[in-house]
Ligand binder design. Structure first.
Ligand code: SF4
Ligand code: FES
Length: 562
């Protein structure tokens, strides 16, 4: 493919791609996200290709491996186009029926369509399934239309048009669009994206960097990596626009080594973008020179902290350091650096295309746009969900998630991951909003973990304390030793050997940790435990006073009483 040297040439290329495509041509789209991959999507693809070839239909029917369709708990997901008939839980044995009955015969196979677990009602088209109906899919809506490894698929749906638009504006105007969108950093802290961009743009120095934090090491969380592996060019486009606005010439995408498909797809996208002239020297003839690379961390949780990321990229030990300066002035290699999270970067093309003001109409007063969560745990519909800011947790869990599995009772939802908070039933009307989550004790992490009545909150708190204790770099005593002591104490309570004073001890350690730890991990390490103590104190007391585990989870107590 020859390099594209200008916006006009890019539009010519787009026209050429579209002229070679027939939207009415049958296409069997098989989800290629990590979830469906693990469930055997490649075998489904092979079976479909074999069946199509066996019927001499190869020239007339496409089989495409796409990004994550979102309905991960129902995988492998297959959508037959142009009718958009959605099949779930597809196996290689279903390939013959899909080709003969649906692709050729235009008939729906009842046994493969989604059936509501409560009502049993079957839904044929993806857009009619309640799981999708209540979402607003700015970031994820195109996943099922594109092969993440094919730049032409992204160009065919209008990809890189936001970059063309941004390059026609001044860097100041681009920052101004981001400002009017109200975009806040989706890494959890919720800092204004425009403030960061503006500070980095104004910082002195020829050399500037941009970084995408795609570390995402929280248990139960896969939203960022799924966004990235499904539509990597969208992320690149957002980052290229950011580099143009901030004046950066080097970009890094920092990702965990436990996400091989994400790394593979992103590297493939970077290579293609370079070949097409969308990265490298003189991007689209604009004068912007930008190199991008994927940097893989060793999977250590604390590596996701901003100073640890920069240390790791520089080749130092990936652990947090004191923040004397803002990264926008003194970041990677002591140069101005614009660091944002995956979803923050990935929303940039939508903002530029829609216009900041229009984008800012989505969401609440102080939280704009959409948020992609991995919705997991004891809900009927698990997967990748994208909701407008302002939706209640109740709507996410019961509307999109379809309520609790097996009709069990809702007990809690963890918002903000290991450093977030367990919210009880009484807080289900909290809305998806940075400030509302914070007020409730949580944060805007990328996962929502739903628990039912059979969950022991002490057991859950212990799980996350263990996770953080393992993830702590050990540099500061309140974090390292505090976590160990909290773990010892919770273990003791779980074993029926706790005393009332233990609860005070836990709160005291938390208070010290909060003010005396260097980084966010230590400062928020006790957050889940404190929320469990606040909302489910009776369970702690039952373990201590009654020597029993109300949920019947803590084995020693359960068997001791039997
Ligand atoms: S707070 Fe914990 S993770 Fe952070 S630097 Fe200190 S010891 Fe390391
Ligand atoms: S990985 Fe297939 S639906 Fe998410």
């Amino acid at each position: 493919m020859p390099r594209v040297n200008s916006p006009a040439e890019l539009e010519e290329l787009r026209k050429d791609i579209l002229s070679r495509r027939d939207p009415q041509k049958p296409c069997v789209a098989v989800c290629g996200g990590t979830g469906c991959h693990a469930l055997g999507n490649r075998k489904v693809i092979s079976a479909l290709q074999k069946e199509i070839a066996g019927r001499s239909l190869t020239a007339g029917v496409d089989v495409k491996e796409t990004g994550c369709a979102g309905f991960c708990g129902q995988g492998p997901v297959v959508v037959v186009h142009p009718e958009q008939i959605c099949y779930v839980g597809v196996t290689p044995e279903d390939a013959a029926d899909i080709v003969s009955q649906t692709v050729v015969g235009k008939k729906v196979i009842d046994r493969l369509v989604y059936a509501d677990p409560v009502t049993g009602e079957r839904t044929v088209h993806e857009s009619d399934i309640p799981f999708y109906k209540k979402q607003m899919r700015l970031l994820t809506g195109d996943n099922g239309k594109i092969d993440p490894k094919n730049i032409e698929d992204y160009l065919a749906i209008g990809g890189y048009s936001a970059l063309v638009k941004a390059l026609s504006m001044s860097p100041e105007q681009v920052v101004s669009e981001i400002r009017s969108s109200g975009l806040r950093g989706l890494g959890g802290a919720g800092a204004s994206a425009a403030m960061k961009w503006d500070a980095c743009r104004k910082a002195e120095g020829e050399t500037k960097y941009i970084i995408c934090n795609s570390h995402e090491g929280d248990p139960g969380s896969f939203a960022d990596r799924r966004v990235m592996e499904s539509n990597p060019h969208n992320l690149l486009e957002g980052m290229i626009i950011g580099a143009y606005a901030m004046g950066a010439n080097e970009g890094y995408i920092f990702v965990g080594d436990e996400f091989p498909l994400t790394v593979e797809n992103t590297r493939a996208a970077i290579k293609q973008a370079e070949e097409y002239g969308l990265l490298g020297k003189n991007v689209l003839g604009s004068g912007l020179n930008l190199n991008m690379q994927v940097t893989i961390d060793g999977g250590v949780y604390v590596c996701g902290e901003s100073t640890a990321i920069m240390a790791a990229i520089e080749g130092r030990v990936g652990e947090p350091w004191s923040k004397y300066d803002h990264a926008t002035e003194h970041g990677l290699y002591a140069k101005p650096t614009g660091l944002n999270n995956t979803q923050t970067w990935a929303l940039v093309p939508s903002i530029i295309n829609m216009g900041g003001e229009q984008f800012g109409k989505v969401g609440t007063q102080r939280s704009k746009g959409t948020r992609v969560f991995s919705l997991v745990g004891e809900v009927n519909n698990t997967g990748l969900v994208e909701v407008p800011m302002g939706m209640t947790l109740r709507d996410v869990i019961f509307g999109i998630g379809g309520g609790m599995r097996e009709g069990k009772k809702f007990k809690a939802v963890l918002v903000g991951g290991p450093m977030g908070a367990f919210l009880p039933e009484s807080l289900l009307d909290v809305t998806v909003d940075f400030d509302e989550f914070k007020k409730a004790g949580g944060s805007m992490g990328p996962s929502l973990i739903v628990m039912d009545e059979n969950t022991c909150m002490l057991d859950m708190a212990e799980y996350f304390l263990t996770f953080l204790s393992d993830g702590s770099c050990g540099k500061c005593t309140p974090c390292r030793e505090g976590l160990r002591q909290m773990l010892k104490t919770t273990n003791r309570i779980k074993a029926g050997k706790g005393a009332r004073g233990d609860l005070d001890t836990l709160e005291e350690i938390s208070a010290v940790q909060k003010v005396a730890s260097l980084c966010g991990l230590g400062q928020c390490a006790s957050s889940t435990l404190l929320s469990a103590l606040k909302h489910f104190r009776n369970e702690f007391e039952a373990h201590i006073d009654g020597k029993r585990c109300p949920a019947g989870v803590c084995k020693i107590l359960t068997t001791a009483g039997s």
